[in-house]
Design a protein around this ligand. Structure first.
Ligand code: N2P
Length: 382
């Protein structure tokens, strides 16, 4: 099997669990039993996934092949998904939390263990990646990876050049986190992800702190900095920035890699002359893994497994990566992934960039509450 998982992934995940890389996965046990009882699927499947996160023909193709109707809902934040899952009876059969959120939701009893015997494409998942993911989902019991990526800077090439003479400054978080720089972009539209769970760690990392610190005094250093930037931030939103970058109504965002690249592609295709680019700043940033999981009370288990298995087919995974510009976890898909994507260092970061990427840790509830309070204060300008 072609090994595509770069060594740096080990470095990134080792940041949250030292020693996990390169060792036998001691936490891995036998495949978890997900219950083999017959299910009474209703001929439907209820999927709740991130917006702008699937190639447009995947769901219709699956519906045709399987003869089911898919109710496909979208969200744009882990926080929103988590609120629904923790409230219970979500009605979803397949959901896609970020790994660190999944870890906490597993502890809260939200998911059923996956019966890997029902996923014939499970063996095609990259074993190195799975070992690394097992740091937060021991034994890979509850989820399989869907897609992954980074949190970085999206920008309008011409507006940035007009303000700074070149786009070089996009190589550093200084562009966003120094008020004197951000203020120069205010008039053309600055948007931040509405995701405290990612933006706060990214700021802490920029400040030279542990991005996963649980120390309230350390965490408040990040929000103190963010408050100095607040006058220059037009809005906080985790999906509208794609359109805003595309049509030129935003010129600088903290956003997710594939989303910014989709904006770039949409602008190119529209011929509107807007040039969008994405940067992974040199100080490093967060690496995320979004995970496919089945809630405990899912009603359409057979369809849920069939859908997850479908997504793991190499040709489907490749089509997905080609469309959304996020890497997938199926090595056999790689030859079918467009060269422009495979060779894009902002999608598949080279080792020196990757060494600076960090993984987000599972936050204890009290830290999460602190994040939420600080974030509300920031957004409301208190
Ligand atoms: C898709 C964003 C998914 C990446 N629009 C964040 N987990």
């Amino acid at each position: 099997m072609a090994m595509w998982t770069p060594k740096w992934l080990c470095v990134a995940l080792a940041a949250v669990a030292l020693g996990a890389c390169g060792k036998k996965d001691e936490a891995a046990g036998p495949a978890a039993g997900g219950g083999t009882a017959a299910t009474a699927d209703t001929g439907t499947l209820n999927v709740y996934n991130w917006s702008d996160y699937i190639a447009e023909d995947i769901v219709p193709n699956f519906e045709r092949e399987r003869g089911v109707r898919v109710n496909y809902g979208v969200f744009d934040s882990n926080e929103v998904l988590e609120a629904k899952l923790l409230a219970g009876a979500s009605g979803f059969d397949v959901v896609v939390p970020g790994l660190q959120f999944l870890g906490r939701q597993v502890q809260a009893g939200v998911f059923q263990p996956l019966d890997k015997a029902r996923l014939k494409n499970y063996a095609g998942l990259d074993p190195e990646l799975m070992k690394r993911i097992a740091v937060q989902d021991p034994g890979n019991q509850y989820a399989v990876p869907y897609l992954w990526g980074t949190t970085g800077i999206g920008y309008n090439v011409d507006k940035l050049t007009a303000a700074f003479g070149s786009t070089d400054i996009a190589g550093s978080w200084d562009l966003v986190f120094k008020p004197e720089n951000l203020s120069k972009m205010k008039d053309c539209g600055v948007m931040f992800l509405d995701a405290p769970s990612e933006v706060i760690p990214v700021v802490l990392n920029y400040l030279g702190e542990d991005p996963n610190s649980t120390d309230p005094a350390v965490i408040e250093k990040a929000t103190a900095l963010l408050k100095t930037l607040r006058p220059y931030i037009q809005s906080f939103h985790s999906s509208q920035y794609i359109d805003a970058l595309t049509n030129g109504s935003a010129c600088l965002v903290i956003g997710w890699s594939g989303d910014v690249l989709q904006a770039r592609d949409r602008a190119d295709e529209s011929g509107n002359g807007v040039k969008v680019a994405y940067s992974i700043p040199k100080e490093g940033t967060a690496l995320f893994f979004d995970m496919l999981a089945i809630p405990k009370d899912a009603k359409n288990l057979d369809n849920a497994y069939a859908f997850i298995d479908y997504l793991l087919r190499p040709e489907v995974a490749a089509a997905n990566s080609n469309y959304v510009s996020y890497p997938n976890p199926v090595p056999a898909s790689l030859p079918m992934v467009d060269e422009a994507i495979r060779n894009d260092p902002t999608i598949y970061p080279p080792a020196e960039t990757a060494a600076k990427l960090f993984t987000l840790a599972i936050l204890p509830p009290e830290v999460d509450r602190h994040y939420t309070r600080l974030w509300t204060e920031l957004k409301t300008g208190r």
